[in-house]
Design a protein around this ligand. Sequence first.
Ligand SMILES: C[S@@+](CC[C@H](N)C(=O)[O-])C[C@H]1O[C@@H](n2cnc3c(N)ncnc32)[C@H](O)[C@@H]1O
Length: 212
Amino acid sequence: MRPRRVKNSQEILDNSKYVISNPIDYKGKYKEVFGNNNLIRLEIGMGKGDFIVGMAQKYPNINFIGVEVQEAVIVRAIKKLDKLDLPNVKVMMINADKLNEVFDHEIDTIHLNFSDPWPKTRHAKRRLTNESFLKIYDDLFIGDPHIIQKTDNILLFAYSIEELVKHGYKFNKVSLDLANEDIDNVQTEYERKFMLKGERINYLDAVKCSRK
Ligand SMILES: C[S@@+](CC[C@H](N)C(=O)[O-])C[C@H]1O[C@@H](n2cnc3c(N)ncnc32)[C@H](O)[C@@H]1O
């Protein structure tokens, strides 16, 4: 279901200090955007921004960039951000399939939180862990590719593991029940809803070691 349009969306997008409205212009220069050498993490499909806000508050020495394709969703995140002062956060409205036009080996970790599962086989290419996306992500990382995924959806989770293995990733951690692990965690909007319904959250932390 499409979220309802927010009034004055364009004005909110144009006037927020958090929004990078021309992200391609900063390719290779994201350290300059933040004005420091701190690591940069990306959340793809950031939704309404609870995760990125929570992470940025918890880790002021890490920079966070939220990526979201839907205007009505990112605007809600920006409204939240505009009430706060977080120098380590930026957001951009872009489709993940364009991210290699935006970053050139600048990202430390990608977070994929409760990504749309696209259950029909004919839509598998839209899943954010499809091999075509993993290839795009390869060009974003400054060091070894590092992806952390959380999802309620066991089919997407199994699919992601398969795709990551095919693409050369190894796993630091795989869990079928995040709540019962000793893992540092900041909840997302979707995660909170699933937890309230008593659902288990799947979690993986995968790295692709480029050194032989
Ligand atoms: C199910 S929501 C999860 C939101 C949030 N991460 C959470 O856990 O609460 C998935 C979000 O990913 C966004 N999304 C889906 N495909 C995307 C893509 N190709 N590029 C950027 N964002 C995408 C959707 O618009 C949606 O807001």
